[in-house]
Design a protein around this ligand. Structure first.
Ligand SMILES: COCC(O)(O)CCCCCNCCCN
Ligand SMILES: [Zn+2]
Length: 664
């Protein structure tokens, strides 16, 4: 299924008609450069173009009052003076004779997107709209917004399609207070927002934008705010919050639909955000949400005022929605102190509502009320800090790397008597291995793994790895008689001169891995049921689940809170996913794991499975081909021992692996 793209140039036909410093950044060019970048890159042609439409009165009234709608209806007929007068009653927003029409098109576009996704016409999509929406409230325009596009879309999806749970992820750099007010008492809509806050010193300067606004009444726990109290946040900070706050809760919430308030003023170069995250971060933020809700994801444009980073960020987002390989993120140094404090506060505020956060530790006690004073002093310090140290608009950043689709998506190396799953390309051509390598294999492994057939297998395997590294193939599935033996061989002999870093993810445990690296060429993360008496090194990390890999709750928690952060920091060139026989891992979890691992090594994942587990080749192939993984239904509360052990493991490892930090 494809990706929808909604854009209508009518929404570029309104602008600021008078002088207003607060509003001058919201210009029609924002939409023009975004769409033109998609056209120029060829991405728009790969999308399914869906026409915009006007939202009806009743659709707008899902969120807004009749009083407000009737008032806005009058604006097309107002004189310039009347428009100025009318605007005065609201904050940081402007009206124009054509803005009501455009606001209806913006909301209607979001609804068209929901229809396309919910009817299965497309898998996911993006609506490029203006005016944006997340600040507008029941009876008020605010922050360039007239109607709350995403809030209307959420209510519409529930009403028309009986959607039970909607996740709204707001990565715009401003707090979408309009969305928060709309759903704060509603447990069926989980609203997550990060936003520049600076201890309430940043617009919209609301006390209720802080991390302790967790929702009200039955909505308690369903509103997550992560305030950024410093500027200059980087890719590490954003990924840490996704791995340690948003994703654990999102998986536990198990939404039927994901809506994204896709504001790109959180990208480097933006005058509003003053952050330092690069445009390719949005490729990963999008990817990390794409295995929720069976892939049903609707992104709706909100902010973004640096026309260069906006256009690049939009392209990165669309390319991921289309299923293209992800760019590698280098030099993730872990979250800064301020970010760790914010994510720890958010985790602690939500500990009581989400079993996946139950082991969050409290931040060091600092009285919130004194934060104002503290921040005033910090403000002092910051202005003393050399200006160029902070990210200002003059900042430059590299063009995001090209994300080329390999000619072959998924290849397989199988015993000749095993049928190749649909969609996979069986790798038959196998070059003869160097005699030296063959003899090395033979004397290293006396097992059956390298008899006549074995050598064929190894030479095909070697060919497959060569093609992965050459980006001729994206990923591969290998079935062998002896998984453990072949894993050793791959790690020790077949990859050494081909890749710099291999991430080995071992699901289940047949026997001790007698191969532990110290030089960092291989990072092994083993998830199984037994504790490993093996001494842990920085590069061999055993995760023990009390009930083993069949415990999906414990498994996904270990993946989100440990494997993902580690993987991002390690930044491998190849991922080797090994399914030990009898691991007991549940199929949907196995597919989720394959989906999430696509974020590393440009998607170069090599799955190694035992021949006697060929029954799950179909679901493995489906995940490798990029089909969304099925949702993890009714996750139980993870075992306390497991949650505790994970927390302790993170604390012990965070000295070596900064991305594991969740406590300041
Ligand atoms: C949903 O709208 C997208 C948005 O969140 O980006 C709107 C931001 C309004 C920012 C208002 N203050 C501007 C001060 C100028 N220095
Ligand atoms: Zn914004």
């Amino acid at each position: 299924m494809g990706t929808a793209l909604l854009y209508d140039e009518e929404m570029t036909k309104y602008k600021l008609l008078w002088v207003d410093a607060a509003c001058k950044i919201e210009v029609p060019e924002r939409l023009i450069v975004s769409y033109e970048a998609l056209v120029r890159s060829g991405l728009s042609d790969r999308c399914i173009s869906i026409p915009a439409r006007e939202a009806s009165d009743s659709e707008i009234l899902l969120v807004h009052s009749e009083l407000y709608l009737e008032a806005v209806k009058k604006t097309p007929y107002m004189t310039l003076e009347d428009l100025k007068e009318f605007t005065l009653q609201f904050g940081d927003v402007y009206f124009h004779p054509n803005i009501y029409h455009c606001a209806k098109l913006a909301s209607g576009s979001a609804l068209q997107l929901v229809d396309s996704v919910m009817t299965g016409k497309v898998r996911n999509g993006i609506a490029l709209v203006r005016p944006p929406g997340h600040h507008s409230m029941h009876s008020a325009a605010n922050g360039f917004c007239v109607f709350n596009n995403v809030a209307i879309a959420a209510r519409y999806a529930k009403q028309k399609y009986g959607v039970k749970r909607v996740l709204i992820v707001d990565w715009d750099i401003h707090h979408g207070q309009g969305v928060q007010y709309c759903f704060e008492d509603d447990p069926s809509v989980l609203y997550f927002s990060w936003h520049r806050y600076e201890h309430q010193n940043f617009w919209p300067n609301l006390r209720e934008s802080d991390y302790d606004s967790v929702g009200k009444e039955s909505g308690a726990g369903f509103n997550i705010n992560v305030p950024w109290n410093n500027v200059g946040m980087e890719n590490s900070d954003y990924l840490s919050v996704f791995c340690h706050v948003l994703l654990p809760v999102a998986y536990e919430f198990c939404p039927d639909l994901v809506l994204v308030c896709a504001g790109f003023d959180s990208a480097i170069g933006d005058p509003e955000g003053e952050m330092c995250a690069t445009p390719d971060i949005f490729a990963h933020l999008t990817h990390l949400l794409m295995n929720l809700a069976g892939g049903k994801l609707c992104a709706v444009l909100e902010g973004g005022y640096n026309l260069t980073s906006l256009a690049q960020s939009v392209c990165q987002t669309v390319q991921t929605l289309l299923g293209d390989p992800l760019p590698q993120l280098a030099n993730l140094r872990g979250p800064c102190k301020s970010a760790v404090e914010s994510l720890q506060c958010a985790r602690s505020a939500h500990r009581r509502y989400w079993s996946f956060l139950k082991h969050a530790t409290d931040p060091p006690m600092t009285d919130i009320s004194t934060k104002h004073i503290k921040s005033a002093m910090e403000e002092e310090e910051k202005t003393e800090m050399a200006e160029e140290e902070r990210c200002t608009e003059g900042k430059v950043w590299p063009e995001p790397p090209e994300r080329l689709c390999p000619p072959v998506c998924s290849a397989s190396v199988l015993p000749d008597d095993v049928a190749c799953p649909d969609g996979l390309k069986r790798l038959s051509s196998s070059k003869d291995l160097e005699p030296l390598l063959v003899s090395k294999l033979k004397n290293r492994f006396r097992t059956a793994a390298v008899d006549g057939d074995g050598v064929t297998t190894f030479s095909r395997l070697y060919t497959l790895i060569e093609k992965l590294v050459a980006n001729e193939i994206r990923n591969g599935l290998v079935l062998v008689p002896d998984v453990a033996a072949v894993m050793m061989c791959v790690v020790q002999d077949l990859t050494s001169d081909l890749v710099k870093r291999v991430l080995v993810v071992c699901v289940g445990k047949e026997k001790e891995l007698d191969y532990v690296t110290t030089d960092g060429k291989v990072l092994v993360v083993q998830i199984s049921s037994e504790d490993s008496e093996e001494q842990r090194s920085k590069y061999y990390i055993p995760v023990c689940l009390k009930k083993g890999c069949s415990d999906t709750s414990g498994f996904i928690q270990a993946v989100l809170g440990l494997l993902l952060p580690l993987g991002y920091e390690y930044n491998p060139d190849l991922v080797l996913l090994v399914r030990m026989p009898g691991s007991g891992v549940v199929d949907s979890m196995w597919q989720q794991l394959i989906g999430l691992l696509q974020g590393f090594a440009k998607g170069h994942t090599l799955v190694l499975m035992q021949v006697n587990e060929k029954a799950c080749m179909g679901s493995t192939a489906s995940a490798l081909l990029g089909h969304p993984a099925p949702p993890l239904q009714d996750l139980q509360t993870p075992f306390p021992e497991d949650g505790d052990a994970l927390e302790r493991l993170r604390e012990r490892l965070q000295a070596d692996w900064k991305m594991l930090q969740t406590t300041s």
